[in-house]
Design a protein around this ligand. Structure first.
Ligand SMILES: [Zn+2]
Length: 214
């Protein structure tokens, strides 16, 4: 009993070191994934991360979405982040870029922990984005998104089923299903988060990210 009570006591705010420690821990020990209710209220990113996100936001003003990955090497010591996000197509990141970046990571002996992309629209996570958190072959620990005004994070939790077979439910079918259930993109994202117990955060540029699904 005592152990359980202690394990539930997560700090209300994670500083960048705690955020990084959680992601590196998950890479070593996937079963350490937190329960939905254990995630903190606030997450602070480092200055380097904020400047990377700001740079990605500003590059996306040409309307081409950007994509990057962050990961770790087998020593699980540091989070490696690309120095520059890769340029995608207008309003989308083509699948080719996803597979190229994955291949690059494998060649550099980097295990993918986080995927980052930008939107050229004022919208947050789309249902197609969230599909990746449920079906990615190598489970993603966190997804980061940048749009005109905000930074976003989405984490799967212990209650999230990440085993859905993409062959059974395609990305298009998933998006179509949720479009019918919701009034707009934001509403669909919130409903998907509730159904699949995903934890969302958002924050303005250079500010802490606050939990928006509770
Ligand atoms: Zn997206």
């Amino acid at each position: 009993m005592k152990e359980k009570a202690e394990s539930l006591q997560q700090p209300k705010t994670w500083n960048y070191e705690q955020y990084k420690a959680y992601l590196l821990l998950l890479s070593r020990k996937p079963e350490a994934i937190l329960d939905y209710n254990q995630f903190p209220k606030t997450i602070q990113l480092s200055k380097d991360w904020h400047s990377f996100l700001n740079q990605t936001r500003s590059e996306t003003k040409d309307d081409h979405e950007r994509y990057a990955i962050a990961g770790c090497k087998p020593d699980f010591y540091a989070l490696y982040l690309s120095s520059k996000a890769t340029k995608g197509n207008p309003h989308e990141v083509p699948a080719k870029i996803l597979s190229n970046e994955e291949e690059k990571a494998i060649n550099n002996n980097i295990e993918i922990i986080e995927i980052i992309h930008s939107h050229s629209t004022p919208y947050g996570f789309s249902s197609k984005d969230l599909y990746f958190l449920l079906t990615f072959v190598q489970p993603v620990k966190v997804m980061c998104l940048v749009n005109h005004n905000n930074n976003f994070l989405a984490f799967p939790s212990k209650e999230t089923e990440q085993t859905r077979d993409p062959k059974i439910l395609s990305q298009d079918k998933f998006a179509e299903f949720w479009k019918k259930q919701a009034s707009n993109t934001h509403d669909a994202a919130i409903k998907i988060a509730q159904r699949h117990k995903l934890v969302f955060y958002s924050g303005e540029p250079n500010k802490d990210l606050k939990r928006i699904t509770t």
